[in-house]
Design a protein around this ligand. Structure first.
Ligand SMILES: [Fe+2]
Ligand SMILES: [Fe+2]
Length: 281
């Protein structure tokens, strides 16, 4: 019998701490209680030192910190002293996290035994494979051509290197296979946490639909039901909101850029994921 522990699971993403106003938000961020967990769903920043400062700072304050990488962590910025690319950069980030006790997609999944538990918190790193194609495109090449023609091209094309994979889509396929295998062994309900949404629907409100191809993969369209998700946590879109698919809540928990969160009326802090008001859906 698992005892109930107090505490709250919070989630946030897209901290983008290269912006001073965002860094100030991280500096001010505190748990509500000693037992609180914080899920950080990617796009902490671009420079290795910024990412390390943020995760170290949060790990000193929250009982448990869980991190999934976003596309920005995986960039290799020209001015970053850490010049590793692709898988090597990801592995360096994972090692850095382990030094501070931060859980990554390469570690055993932590289990929440507080109110609503046991629930397995599964940080995922799935990337995207250009399968969220724009209307009129039947291949990746056609989808990308439409994006280039519209002048809407994700910066990942220039800074997110897939080495040693040939393409980001190949890296995505490998990540999906690895994650699918690990999730298949989980026997409790899950919190699935991934920088990119697991289903395409949240991208339908993007102003530029050609951008959706950098936002996920069709390969995970049924994971929220197949892997017993209590909640799916994601970011990347910078459109914080709660939606539901097949009765499963999807929480977009981004802070976003200062111009975005000021336009949203300010940042109200990380989103509460557990315990969920009203109990399990
Ligand atoms: Fe972001
Ligand atoms: Fe992102």
């Amino acid at each position: 019998m698992v005892g109930l522990a107090p505490g709250t699971v919070w989630a946030v993403s897209d901290l983008h701490v290269a912006y001073d106003a965002n860094k100030a938000i991280v500096e001010a961020m505190r748990p509500a209680a000693d037992d609180d967990w914080l899920l950080v769903a990617g796009d902490v920043g671009e420079n290795f030192a910024d990412i390390e400062w943020t995760l170290k700072t949060l790990a000193e304050r929250y009982a448990t910190v869980v991190w999934s990488p976003g596309n920005h962590e995986l960039w290799t910025p020209k001015d970053d002293p850490v010049q590793s690319r692709g898988v090597a950069r990801y592995e360096a980030l994972v090692e850095m996290c382990r030094g501070y006790g931060v859980h990554t997609p390469e570690d055993p999944f932590p289990v929440w035994n507080g109110d609503g538990g046991p629930i397995t918190v599964a940080p995922l790193f799935l990337l995207y494979d250009y399968s969220f194609r724009p209307e009129g495109a039947t291949t990746t090449e056609e989808g990308l051509a439409l994006a280039y023609a519209a002048g809407i091209v994700c910066t990942d094309e220039f800074f997110l290197h897939p080495d040693p994979y040939a393409t980001r889509a190949e890296w995505c396929a490998a990540r999906v296979a690895y994650s699918e295998k690990r999730l298949s062994a989980v026997t409790t309900p899950t919190i699935l946490m991934n920088h990119w949404p697991l289903v395409r629907e949240p991208t339908r409100i993007l102003r530029h639909q050609v951008f959706a191809q950098w936002c996920g993969t069709e390969l995970t369209a049924d994971w929220h039901t197949r892997f017993g998700a209590h909640t799916v946590v994601y970011g990347h879109l910078h459109i914080p909101r709660t939606t539901a698919y097949d009765g499963v809540p999807f929480e977009e928990v981004s802070l976003g850029y200062p111009r975005e969160w000021t336009a949203h009326g300010g940042f109200r802090g990380p989103r509460r994921i557990l315990p969920r008001a009203g109990g399990r859906p």
